[in-house]
Design a protein around this ligand. Structure first.
Ligand code: SF4
Ligand code: SF4
Length: 91
């Protein structure tokens, strides 16, 4: 028996890009980490522990965070031994 398949029957809908695509956080984050680079000792613990790898520690410049991708989990603030990172509410 010959089976005839209509190709259009199996087409999937085309996704439309929205805020939050490609790993970007979008607008749902409740808190963001703010770093006091004067307190920071450049120990790199926050950079190592960030689950989405958005923290960079430079010996001279200190800590920078890519807020487009930061999820606001607070882990960086929890591991900082000198309390140089504070979580503040999103505005
Ligand atoms: S709050 Fe979480 S996701 Fe954001 S920089 Fe800190 S550890 Fe990374
Ligand atoms: S964990 Fe704290 S002291 Fe260590 S690099 Fe990060 S901000 Fe600086």
């Amino acid at each position: 028996m010959k089976v005839i398949v209509e190709p259009s029957k199996y087409r999937l809908p085309i996704a439309r890009p929205l805020v939050g695509v490609a790993g970007k956080t979008g607008t749902w984050r409740l808190e963001r980490p703010v770093v006091d680079n004067n307190k920071c000792t450049r120990c790199y613990l926050c950079e190592i522990h960030c689950p989405v790898n958005v923290i960079r520690v430079e010996p001279d410049a200190g800590v920078s965070i890519d807020y487009d991708y930061c999820k606001g989990c607070g882990l960086c603030a929890d591991v900082c031994p000198v309390l140089a990172i504070k979580m503040v509410p999103e505005e």
